[in-house]
Design a protein around this ligand. Structure first.
Ligand code: ASP
Length: 338
């Protein structure tokens, strides 16, 4: 029996068409192109059904409401299909891949997010290979996780970042090894893959309904007024992107501003601006002072994952203490505790 894969086609370069204004997603166009690819009819590939979203989006236009649409779409078909492919623009793919694991609790089937840097309509493209690889992985490998498949890698979704605007290997997961590699063969690192959920409960979708979160990247000379403005109510959570292993200027007014916010219950999470490595607020005075101001460590989470997680936690009805604890606990493979 051929396996069945559901393709949630949200938009992105993969299915775009050239117009006078540049590439745009066009309804029906990707399916038409796919119907003309004989290799997609091969018995070696799963049967697939395409759910084309309306409207198709350039992923730069996506919001958490679009993540919820994808999560609900997968949830309503979770039983009927062996796996899921999400076709998505590359620009915010890492954000969607970071958010979905928190939103899809009890996932038993692979969800493989992919897209392309060059659309399928071009003679030379990465769309065809990414699509076929994603279909094969979704159908044949029992990975009960949200993954991002691009170029030669299969990555854990909430560890992925877009690292290259030009390359066909545009994504990396700097703080976690790939779940799989795509070469002559597709090899899965099974010891890294999560086991299926133990309970028999059905898939539960949680909306990331808390939008009062923000990210702020420190830079030399940043004015305290900017930080104060960022932290004004109604903000509830902030991902503070700091230097190196989690350091910030030892400026008294800045630290007092942060402390006043955390005293009010704002959750401020320290993530490093470095692509690789983990926050450690114990080594330098510039880090310990952040801890004293009530800032908590984001360890080696990507800012994308930290933002999604903070929004997820703030969407629950939990105390600030519990949310802070959970923020520093690995929930879906997004964080390595030292
Ligand atoms: N702007 C496009 C998008 O994110 C880029 C891409 O798909 O590569 O939808």
């Amino acid at each position: 029996m051929r396996k069945k894969v559901y393709i949630a086609y949200t938009g992105g370069t993969i299915g775009m068409k050239r117009t006078a204004d540049g590439f745009v997603p066009a309804a029906g166009y990707l399916e038409e192109l796919m119907n003309n690819l004989p290799e997609l009819k091969s018995d070696l590939l799963p049967e697939y059904r395409i759910g084309e979203y309306e409207p198709l989006l350039d992923s730069s236009n996506m919001t958490p409401a679009d993540w919820l649409k994808i999560a609900n779409d997968i949830s309503s078909r979770h039983k009927a299909f062996d796996g899921f492919v999400v076709l998505h623009g590359t620009d915010t793919m890492a954000y969607t891949a970071s958010a979905l694991p928190f939103m899809l609790q009890g996932l038993r089937k692979p969800v493989v997010i992919t897209g392309a840097q060059i659309p399928l309509c071009r003679v030379r493209n990465d769309a065809r290979d990414n699509l076929i690889t994603a279909l094969l992985i979704a159908a044949n490998f029992k990975i009960p996780e949200v993954c991002l498949c691009f170029g030669d890698k299969l990555l854990r979704g909430n560890r992925a970042v877009k690292v290259d605007a030009d390359s066909l290997d545009a994504f990396e997961s700097p703080n976690f090894p790939p779940l799989g590699t795509v070469g002559i063969e597709i090899k899965i690192n099974w010891d890294l893959v999560h086991p299926p959920p133990k309970t028999r409960k059905t898939l539960k979708v949680t909306a990331l309904s808390e939008s009062r979160v923000a990210g702020l990247r420190l830079f030399p000379g940043i004015s305290v007024d900017i930080v104060k403005n960022f932290l004004k109510p109604p903000i509830r959570g902030l991902i503070l992107e700091t230097y190196g292993i989690g350091n910030a200027p030892a400026d008294r007014e800045l630290l007092a501003t942060l402390k006043a916010a955390t005293d009010r219950g704002v959750i401020i999470v320290n993530c490093t601006q470095c692509l690789k490595g983990t926050v450690n607020m114990e080594d330098y005075a510039t880090g310990t002072s952040l801890a004293k101001a009530g800032v908590i460590s984001g360890f080696d989470m990507t800012p994308e994952a930290a933002l999604a997680k903070l929004s997820f936690l703030l969407s629950q009805k939990w105390s600030v203490a519990k949310m802070k604890k959970m923020m520093q606990t690995d929930l879906t493979g997004e964080l390595t505790r030292p």
